[in-house]
Design a protein around this ligand. Structure first.
Ligand code: F3S
Length: 65
């Protein structure tokens, strides 16, 4: 089964919340006002792709393993 790895360059995150709005099933805001992925390995990219494509600082990348 395909596996997708979700990476975030946390230092670039400006905490805009777009990823959480578009993909609440796998993104959440933390106390430091930055978002984090809940899972970093998924079998289908799903809405993580929307997060990747719409993050204003392009700090989310999804790669297929
Ligand atoms: Fe941060 Fe990008 Fe999400 S700036 S809050 S990772 S959309």
């Amino acid at each position: 089964m395909a596996k997708y790895i979700i990476k975030q360059e946390i230092e670039k995150c400006i905490g805009c919340g777009t990823c959480v709005a578009l993909c609440p099933s796998n993104w959440s805001m933390h106390d430091d006002k930055k978002a984090r992925p809940i899972k970093t390995e998924v079998s289908e990219p799903g809405c993580n792709e929307d997060a990747e494509n719409n993050c204003p600082v392009e700090c989310i990348t999804i790669s297929k393993e």
